[in-house]
Design a protein around this ligand. Structure first.
Ligand SMILES: *[C@@H]1O[C@H](CO)[C@@H](O)[C@H](O)[C@H]1NC(C)=O
Ligand SMILES: *[C@@H]1O[C@H](CO)[C@@H](O)[C@H](O)[C@H]1NC(C)=O
Ligand SMILES: *[C@@H]1O[C@H](CO)[C@@H](O)[C@H](O)[C@H]1NC(C)=O
Ligand SMILES: *[C@@H]1O[C@H](CO)[C@@H](O)[C@H](O)[C@H]1NC(C)=O
Ligand SMILES: *[C@@H]1O[C@H](CO)[C@@H](O)[C@H](O)[C@H]1NC(C)=O
Ligand SMILES: *[C@@H]1O[C@H](CO)[C@@H](O)[C@H](O)[C@H]1NC(C)=O
Ligand SMILES: *[C@@H]1O[C@H](CO)[C@@H](O)[C@H](O)[C@H]1NC(C)=O
Ligand SMILES: *[C@@H]1O[C@H](CO)[C@@H](O)[C@H](O)[C@H]1NC(C)=O
Ligand SMILES: *[C@@H]1O[C@H](CO)[C@@H](O)[C@H](O)[C@H]1NC(C)=O
Ligand SMILES: *[C@@H]1O[C@H](CO)[C@@H](O)[C@H](O)[C@H]1NC(C)=O
Length: 883
């Protein structure tokens, strides 16, 4: 029963259709790792005294050959201090664990190409586009630009889909002297994450586009037709193309690109990519963190999985020392307006980025004169209705779908409609192919009343000049799509927020040159550019690079959970330390030694927290300490093991903070003071909802204010159930075995392993796990797994978890699958884990004919891998092998 790994996510389901059907489960292995490919990390040569004569790589290969393990070398890495090892294709991975010099073996996992949350091509006629200056103003970037600080001399490596450097606003060329001064194509057009890369020296991208949008956010030259500019438009960009035109990228390529960037002398490396992970242990993640720790700035997208709830961080964005970037919405939305004749009214805003394609001025027809009608046009219109061709039809929102209303009016030849809001809210609506848009309630009521009064109302849709900068109802808030942290090992992610919702930037020339996109992919280059501004002022040194995250975090502006006064601040598990304030980060004169106060869970509570405040200004300052809590995130549904979906509900069950030695102190220039903050977790909260509390400790002197952000869990992570043993998703209790027909296997079944006749194990992680194992055990095993019937299990006899051994005194016959650091599943995208069994163990050895059961074990977070009691376990029905 060899595990065949391939990358295949189950189809996405919509947020309101959370439950799925078993018949939709594909009987394949769907784990996001590449078949038999591993990245083996070895110790630096100097650490292996015994075999100095051979290179570390040769030592590894020789050891594999001695063990008769067949392997193929896909890529060697040799960056001592960062990463030394090789990407290998091999079958028997378990067998090389104990090889001398092997430090770690990690599967090659793949990360999806970053798909923008929303994307729109634009052209210069589209007035009303959000000017990039709104994002530059809210973050202090324009203030730096006006002082001539534009990132000159700083090198930024972008790992993405490549760049269309032929774009005039990106310099129009490639190589020394150009804005895009260098880079490399590591993969070629046809790479999709599972096939072999075909590198070349030219990172031009004119097929995917994402990397060009990212490049423009950092570096677009001012003076273009949209009047936008990049955050650090005088910085030098280096384009490392790691995605082909479509598909994913593997860790093996990400690591290659990172090392290439370091070796080419980049000051900053930025990656707008990722996939749900939850742990800080993937190869790309670990290497990113090491590069950051070595004195480079590494900015990585936090992810766009906000809908999936907390504890769902992306790799490699969860790299411990990197800057993981959340997104905030631009303060304006680009909308269009129409003009009215026959009555006096200002232009009416309608919800569309582009003008409705309607020429001339058309008379209005209202399907009802009653401005309170609840089901306007839900039924076929009366026979007396005139031919509506040539009219703009006004309909009130409510009761039935927009498409039903539009279908009813289309029956009378109507081609254009305005739907007016009934109090549901002004937003984009879904109207299929109809030429229809939403207007606000007041405007609709005005039009309907004038029409009913007999006024000759007519409407014009200007094809140019009708653009409006509509104040976004969510402007300045954290974009709802931003992934929530923290990591399962309780690292502080995301680190900080930057504008990423509704961002105008460059696209490849063949794809339209300009486009509006949303995502943490857009926020990430904003932070890379901000870091370039910082390095250009403070110096391109490792010390400055290492200080960047703290400077940005200390000076960020905290963000509310809504725009309503009195509502709590957004949880730091989504906003990080707040919205970046680049000017303050560079020119602030109060330094904090620590800006992330990680309190961990109740079992590992890390309090009190100490940090040092230094006055780097030229005058003495009197400082005051204060505390603002953020909303406490209720990450789990009370009375269930399922996570709450985003937006994660917040409560006002706040932590309390006191300061040892009082809350006031004075510092002369250059002086420091140690603060001790005693943070008490919120009391009386329901620990089974796994509440994540957070807040800000401000150090204020006049207008000079910095903060450290704290984050803790008012529960113990070890109490969090990791395997879903409910029927929540499929209506069948999990885990289960799907038989050859895709039905749950209830009794003993024999399989031939010919064609479709093989079992598939289906399970869900309700939470991430450090160790997941599937083993074959004898069919007469009678022990009761903790999840088969919630009980006490058996006495502890599980001493060697990573080497077979026994479990609950049950002998393990062989391993089918072991995965470390597995992410939880979510309801929105990845419904489940499936493993299609073959008649071979994980090491490729054939399983003899006979009867067996599968034992599934999953270690709880913070559990001890050698303690059987820290595992959840499940035992399958009998599986007969008759192959
Ligand atoms: C472009 O920006 C400049 C400087 O910020 C400003 O003076 C000018 O009015 C802007 N042009 C347009 C068309 O917005
Ligand atoms: C509007 O007029 C332009 C120019 O006469 C024409 O090209 C376009 O097709 C017309 N659009 C519609 C929707 O009638
Ligand atoms: C729709 O237009 C067609 C073609 O002009 C016409 O024959 C038909 O009567 C119209 N339908 C209605 C309901 O007015
Ligand atoms: C609405 O009012 C207009 C103008 O008075 C009238 O022509 C029309 O018949 C009325 N519509 C309905 C459905 O009563
Ligand atoms: C939280 O505690 C766990 C258990 O000791 C530890 O493994 C983890 O590293 C801690 N997290 C942080 C961010 O310190
Ligand atoms: C196992 O039982 C479930 C109902 O509990 C049923 O739907 C399913 O079809 C059964 N499987 C087989 C193979 O009969
Ligand atoms: C499976 O095969 C074994 C060995 O041939 C046999 O004893 C057993 O009855 C079979 N089980 C089923 C459910 O067919
Ligand atoms: C299970 O079967 C094996 C051999 O068939 C036997 O040695 C062992 O004692 C049995 N175990 C139990 C718990 O019955
Ligand atoms: C593969 O694993 C099985 C089950 O643990 C074991 O019996 C077998 O010896 C292993 N094969 C090799 C080549 O190590
Ligand atoms: C295993 O069982 C199958 C089906 O009964 C049979 O065809 C095959 O020869 C058996 N294999 C061995 C090695 O006995």
């Amino acid at each position: 029963m060899k595990a065949t790994f391939s990358f295949a996510l189950l189809g996405a389901t919509s947020a309101w259709a959370a439950k799925a059907s078993l018949s939709d489960v594909q009987r394949v292995t769907n784990l996001a790792t590449v078949s038999n490919k591993f990245i083996v990390e070895v110790a630096d040569a100097s650490d292996i005294p015994s075999k100095r004569a051979l290179s570390t790589h040769e030592q590894l290969y020789q050891a594999l050959r001695e063990r008769k393990i067949s392997f193929e070398v896909n890529k060697e890495y040799d960056a001592p201090g960062l990463f030394v090892g090789a990407a290998l294709t091999l079958t028997d991975v378990a067998n090389i664990l104990n090889t001398e010099g092997v430090v770690a073996i990690r599967p090659v996992r793949t990360y999806g190409r970053p798909v923008p949350v929303s994307s729109k091509k634009v052209s210069p006629g589209d007035a009303g586009l959000p000017d990039s200056e709104s994002t530059h103003i809210t973050t202090g970037v324009s203030k730096l630009h006006s002082q001539g600080i534009t990132g000159k001399g700083v090198k930024i490596g972008i790992l993405d889909t490549g760049t269309d450097y032929t774009h005039p606003s990106l310099g129009g060329g490639f190589g020394p002297g150009f804005k895009v001064a260098g880079g490399f194509d590591l993969v070629g057009d046809n790479y999709d994450g599972s096939n072999t890369p075909v590198p070349d020296s030219d990172p031009l991208d004119q097929c995917a586009g994402h990397g060009t949008h990212v490049a423009g956010i950092i570096g677009a030259n001012p003076g273009n037709e949209f009047n936008i500019s990049g955050v650090a438009y005088d910085a030098s960009l280096y384009s490392y193309r790691i995605f082909g035109c479509t598909g994913s990228v593997g860790d093996d390529v990400i690591v290659d690109g990172l090392i290439m960037g370091v070796q080419a002398g980049m000051d900053i490396l930025t990656m707008s990519l990722g996939g749900s992970d939850g742990w800080t242990e993937g190869t790309g993640t670990v290497v990113s963190s090491r590069i950051a720790a070595s004195g480079k700035v590494v900015t990585i997208a936090a992810g766009n999985d906000g809908a999936s709830g907390a504890f769902f961080t992306s790799g490699p964005g969860n790299a411990i020392d990197a800057i993981s970037v959340a997104s905030s919405d631009n303060t304006v939305i680009p909308l269009q307006s129409l003009t009215v004749s026959g009555a006096t009214h200002d232009p009416i805003v309608y919800y569309d980025t582009f003008p409705l394609p309607v020429n001339g001025t058309l008379p209005l027809y209202a399907t009802s004169n009653d401005t309170t009608v609840v089901d306007d046009a839900c039924d076929p219109l009366p026979d007396s209705t005139p031919d509506l061709a040539g009219f703009v039809v006004l309909v009130r929102r409510g009761t039935c779908t927009f498409v039903q209303k539009l279908t009813n009016i289309a029956a009378f030849n109507a081609t254009t409609a305005l739907i007016y809001d009934n109090g549901n809210g002004f937003s984009a609506i879904s109207v299929g192919d109809f030429n229809a848009v939403l207007i606000q309630a007041d405007d609709g009521v005005f039009l309907a009343e004038q029409y009913a009064a007999g006024a000759p109302i007519a409407v014009t849709f200007p094809q140019t000049g009708g653009g409006v900068q509509f104040p976004a109802p969510t402007g300045g808030l954290v974009s709802t799509f931003t992934t929530y942290g923290p990591t399962n090992d309780f690292y502080f992610k995301p680190a900080i927020t930057a504008p990423g919702g509704n961002i105008l930037s460059t696209l490849p020339v063949p794809l339209g040159s300009w486009g509006l996109e949303s995502g943490t992919s857009m926020a990430t280059p904003f932070m890379a550019g901000s870091s370039a501004l910082l390095l250009s002022v403070k110096g391109r040194t490792p010390a400055v690079a290492k200080s960047a995250r703290g400077l940005f975090q200390a000076t960020a502006a905290t963000i509310g959970s809504t725009l309503t006064d009195g509502d709590p601040l957004q949880t730091a598990t989504q906003q990080g330390a707040g919205l970046v304030q680049v000017f303050d980060a560079i020119f602030g004169t109060t330094l904090l030694s620590k800006t992330e106060l990680i309190l961990n869970d109740t079992a590992h509570f890390a309090g009190p927290q100490k940090f040092t405040v230094t006055n780097t200004g030229k005058t003495a300052k009197v400082y005051t300490l204060s505390h603002t809590p953020a909303g406490t995130a209720v990450t789990d549904d009370a009375g269930s093991i399922q996570p709450n979906l985003g937006p994660v509900p917040l409560t006002t069950d706040f932590a309390t903070v006191t300061f040892s030695g009082g809350n006031k102190f004075t510092l002369a220039p250059g002086q420091s003071h140690e603060v001790t903050a005693n943070i008490k977790p919120p009391q009386g909260v329901d620990a089974t909802t796994f509440p994540v509390y957070s807040g800000f400790i401000h150090v204020t002197s006049g207008s000079d204010s910095v903060h450290a952000t704290y984050l803790g869990l008012a529960a113990s992570l070890k109490d969090k159930q990791v395997i879903d043993n409910t029927d929540f998703i499929f209506g069948f209790t999990l885990p289960l075995i799907l038989d050859a027909s895709g039905n749950p296997q209830n009794a003993s079944v024999n399989y031939t392993f010919v064609g479709e006749d093989a079992p598939t194990i289906l399970w869900r992680q309700a939470f991430g796990t450090p160790v997941l194992r599937l083993d074959l055990v004898p069919a007469n095993t009678t022990f009761t797994g903790t999840l088969n019937a919630r009980g006490n299990g058996e006495p502890n006899s599980f001493a060697t978890p990573h080497k077979g051994g026994s479990f609950a005194k049950v002998p393990v016959l062989g391993t089918l699958l072991e995965i470390d650091w597995l992410s939880r599943n979510d309801e929105i995208n990845l419904l489940d884990n499936t493993l299609l069994l073959e008649n071979a163990f994980a090491n490729g050895t054939t399983i003899p004919n006979g009867s067996y059961k599968v034992l599934l074990r999953s270690l709880r977070v913070t559990g001890d891998a050698t303690n059987e009691a820290d595992y959840e376990s499940w035992l399958s029905p009998i599986i007969g092998v008759a192959a």
